[in-house]
Design a protein around this ligand. Structure first.
Ligand code: GUN
Length: 302
């Protein structure tokens, strides 16, 4: 029996993308600026190919310019750095995204550091990481930003709530914790070495699961009424051989206890791409000395 509210990330993302599209058209008409997103994919990883295709398509649907670059798996690092430098200097490109993970011959940190911070719409450059940590005005990584919007949709003001972030990656866990701290939550980051994981989770008013392990979080770990955000996208085998996507939380047992939870698919995933478009729009405004559209994030849940 399911009693949790299922947070509809797909619908929230559709609203946000529609508003971004309207703002892009306004920017084009009033200021002759078309936000441009460049996406670089190295190699042929099937999941990454799907993500990159979706990102580029949704950028076009939001009336942005989309530039796609596909480099072979064995590409020398220098070629990738040269492409980034060219895009750094290209005035038609306001946002640069290099899809991760990268192949082993490429130093991921060097690549991230090579992106101009104001074009780093992933928010991975140390300048943007530092801005988030110190309360500055940088770019916030897309997945945590999408999670935050869904949390605010459900809970409004988050101040004083106990939040547990499961996972400590640079892409999700660490920036998610920094964002929740900025919202005045009491934040715990739990990870594979955490000793009392179940007990820590059971104290959480907000639980964000971002570990990449299928259905790792059972309902017994959830505080009754808590809000659970499931960042995991894991493909599991099924009897019919087609496979299926599941999150990091065990949906059936968690929805029996939680107050609200996000589904997989249709929860965090669509919000991540919508936030990428939002970051690109804001980057374009900043690069042209224009104010970023106000109140746009709230359209996701109004
Ligand atoms: N790979 C998985 N998630 C992401 C993301 O948010 N940005 C980039 N660039 N690569 C990813």
């Amino acid at each position: 029996m399911s009693k949790a509210e299922i947070i509809d990330g797909k619908r929230a993302a559709e609203r946000l993308r529609a508003e971004i599209g309207r703002q892009v058209v306004r920017l084009r008409e009033q200021h002759l600026v078309t936000p441009g997103l460049a996406v670089i994919l190295v190699g042929e990883d099937p999941a990454s190919q799907v993500y990159v295709r979706n990102k580029a398509r949704q950028a076009r649907e939001a009336a942005m310019a989309s530039f796609e670059y596909r480099l072979p798996h064995g590409v020398p690092q220098e070629n990738l750095l040269e492409l980034i430098e060219r895009l750094n200097q290209d005035p038609a490109v306001h946002g640069i995204l290099v899809q991760l993970p990268l192949p082993p011959q490429v130093d991921t940190d060097r690549v991230i550091n090579a992106i101009r911070p104001d074009k780093d719409i992933d928010g991975f450059h140390p300048v943007n990481v530092g801005a988030l940590a110190t309360g500055g005005d940088g770019t916030v990584p897309c997945t945590p930003l999408g999670c935050l919007m869904l949390l605010k949709h459900r809970l409004g003001d988050l101040a004083g709530l106990r939040a547990v972030v499961l996972g400590r990656s640079n892409i999700v866990g660490k920036p998610m914790a920094a964002l929740l701290l900025r919202e005045s939550c009491t934040v715990t980051i739990a990870h594979s070495r955490t000793r009392e994981l179940a007990e820590d989770c059971r104290r959480a008013d907000i639980l964000v699961a971002a570990v990449g392990r299928p259905r790792m979080v059972p309902g017994e770990w959830i505080k009754p009424g808590a809000t659970v955000i499931d960042v995991g996208i894991n493909r599991i085998e099924t009897a019919d051989g087609k496979g299926r996507l599941v999150g990091d939380v065990d949906f059936d047992s968690v929805t029996a206890v939680a107050g609200a939870t996000t589904p997989v698919p249709g929860g965090v995933g669509p919000m991540t791409i919508a936030c990428l478009l939002l970051n690109t729009l804001v980057a374009a405004c900043r690069q042209h000395g224009l104010p970023a559209p106000e109140g746009i994030m709230e359209t996701a849940w109004e």
